[in-house]
Design a protein around this ligand. Sequence first.
Ligand code: CO
Length: 500
Amino acid sequence: MDALEKLKALSKELELINAAVATMAWDQRTYMPPKSAGTRSEAIGYLSTIAFKKFISDETGEIIRELEKEDNFNRLDENEKAMVRIAKREYEKAKAIPPELFQKFTITASKSETVWEQAKKNNDFKSFQPYLEELLEMLREMAELYGYKENPYDALLDKYEPGITTRKLKKIIETLKAELIPFLREIIEQKGKTDPSILYGRFGKKAQEKLSIRALKAIGYDFEAGRLDETVHPFTISLGAGDVRVTTKYDPHFLQPSLYGTFHEGGHALYEQGLPEEFKYTPIYGAVSLGIHESQSRMMENMVARSYEFLKFFYPEIKKVFPKQFGRVSLDRFYRAINHVEPSLIRIEADEVTYNFHIMLRFELEEAMLNKSLEVKDLPRAWNEKIKEYLGIEPQNDAEGVLQDVHWANGMIGYFPSYMLGNLYAAQLFAKAEEEIPKLRKNIEKGNVAVLIEWLRENIHRHGKKYLPEELIKISTGEELNPEYFIRYIKEKYTKIYEI
Ligand code: CO
């Protein structure tokens, strides 16, 4: 067996273990009986460790070194070269952290999450503070081990969005703030032009489920290669090629979370379902980054499902399922309700105009904490100041402020920016799609979302992990990530809605 075959064999083995782990993880978060929790965690931990040890073995290093030899490397085609690049990148990342540090970090993060849950319940930041401090200390150590050019935070960012840097993010954020803070103020002055109250009421669970299934079908999700189930914190998970599952949650008093949550997760799922069969079991099978993944979900949720064109086609479906609630509600009123903008404290409930501000403040705070320009004990005060500055509101307590998300408790520093990048990539990609697909909006109006999905398959999905996110954006849109597309999208849409 030559080195490339060995790499593919290893990759297949890891993917098969991952498929088993993912199946157990999906079950854990949907149907698993509570008493199984202990055994399940152990089983998942055991299999994950086998896969991890296999991957960081000297043998893997040997295979990569062999493939990198000039004579060997030059004989590879473009996809195979990418396989070696990606395998090397991931191998070096995995090897960078000594197993003892990694284990200590995992244990601390798990304890920290438990403490955070209580702290959030009791509105008690002080009890959580030492855990966050300890996690940050370990992350600083890890950043040194991963290596970086300019800012230790870059090393952490790179885990989630390879290639992006603090410097680039700061520049993007500056542009977004300059344009969107004043624009948001204008929207707030037009309060009353949108009214979301029709989305609240009584919505039976069975009917919501029926609507979520129709929603997924409308955007082209393949039920032969997946399914829809209920959970507490919705997610999408791939159990391997041919099985990409979506979950959602049904709030009996509020329609928005299930319907738009389903469109969101459906966008993630379409990406996974569109990965190329030919990359299966190789290091380049998968999504390129969290940010690009999020762009697929945000495009489906916002640019498609919250558009007037799509609702022209889909709102009748909503009316059919909920005739009592929407029988007398006009499309125009529904469209305005579903695009209501209002600064709010909770990130996951934020509309598309205010959402990025929630991310900016988290990014600024976590970067400052990592670099010790902000002490953890001062975090709640700094949080409250920033949200006041950006959104003009203040939390009544830390539970709805600094303690609201699980990410920091979990040690996931550097993760938040991918949510914002997702919005920006989505706007840029959609603008390009509009340019290249004749009458895209007219097609969407007729329910033909397939033309857009085909475009995404061609320009994003079929490349798997072959490129870096920044390369992929350049190849698919002809230019680097440019926040102007998002600004333009927001201004065009909401100038009309709020008659500014
Ligand atoms: Co998402």
